[in-house]
Ligand binder design. Sequence first.
Ligand SMILES: Nc1ncnc2c1ncn2[C@@H]1O[C@H](COP(=O)(O)OP(=O)(O)O)[C@@H](O)[C@H]1O
Ligand SMILES: [Mg+2]
Length: 399
Amino acid sequence: MLVRTALEALAQRPIPFLRSAWPWRSLAYLLAGAVPGLPVLGVVAAVAVTSSPAVLVAGVAVAALLTPVAGRYERWRLRLVDGVPLPDTPPEPGGDTGEPPRRGREVRVAALGGLALLVLWWIDLVMAASGAAGPVLLILSPVVQPEAEPVAAVAASAAGVLLVPVAAYTLTAWAGARGAMTRAILAPQAAELAEVLRSRARLVDAFETERRRIERDLHDGAQQRLVALTMTLGMARLDLPDDSPAARAVERAHGEAKQALAELRALVRGVHSQVLTDRGLPAAVRDVAGRSPVPVAVDLALDERLPAAVEVTAYYVVTEALANVARHSGASAARVTGGAADGALVLEIHDDGRGGADPARGTGLTGLADRLAVVGGRLSLSSPAGGPTRMRVEIPCAS
Ligand SMILES: Nc1ncnc2c1ncn2[C@@H]1O[C@H](COP(=O)(O)OP(=O)(O)O)[C@@H](O)[C@H]1O
Ligand SMILES: [Mg+2]
């Protein structure tokens, strides 16, 4: 089980949990929480010593100035109990919606800083002390109370050892809850996240429109011209005497024109699959598989047509995966399996090649992940060195 937060760590079985670093991280987190209390204590002490209203006003002003710093400190130490990155909302490249989220984030950080300075630091300190002090004092009782009966002192030590797991759970639970609270205050509101998602969807929409335009231009323009050229060359060849040098040259030109036409057709198909539009995903996948230089077995059946966005995304996944198999895997066979289950389309592409697929080394796989994210889908990849490579995608199909 992948444990990323203190709260998730609590759900582990006791022995792995107690042997993990989480109880210690939680204790460190809580102790670190006392740091914002230092300036507050300084101000309180200064006011108590001088009992001057001017010092009080200055102290409050200093505390107010410190709130953003305290907030950033809270955000920074959150990583001790929460390894999940905070969803950030960087300003958009266009800049049109960048400002409000950023201002919202600053307000949230300052609010958290204010809370930390006012109340949270001493709650953290009290929780850390009450959780850890009991077992520590009991364990050390032979040292702390040298005058006590040796048997009683040893018994107290033993009781202290027994209390350690209890303390570990208490500290981790409180630290986890504190971390969750910090995250709830810092994480952008749903509206801001939706804006980021929408901007990604806009990009993909723009890409889709452009893709259709290119497909139409290629199909209606260059492809028609190449068809005409091929036919003209074919007819010119018929008019020439068989063994003349001109006939051989025209014959070669005819062959190359046919080749160029085949390549252009393949390119247009990559941009837009007519089979997909006309006959649906299983047919289109079989079509792509049939063209692959590596033999591909297809086991994909669907009872009905899926929403267009799902079909197009799935088609891209299969074309990219099979292109990778052909280009990088050295596989002798591949297979595409899948179907619709529980309102989601699941596809698996498997090859018996050398493995080692790594999204960081190219653009294809990350591009797929981006497209999938827009339709709420997921991509997982298993490709150990030496193979095999297995790619699995899930796309929700609710139309
Ligand atoms: N099926 C595969 N078998 C082995 N290696 C692969 C496979 N798929 C991808 N890779 C490796 O992962 C890298 C990233 O793939 P990808 O993102 O599709 O980029 P690209 O295909 O543009 O190089 C590839 O460069 C290749 O080295
Ligand atoms: Mg690729």
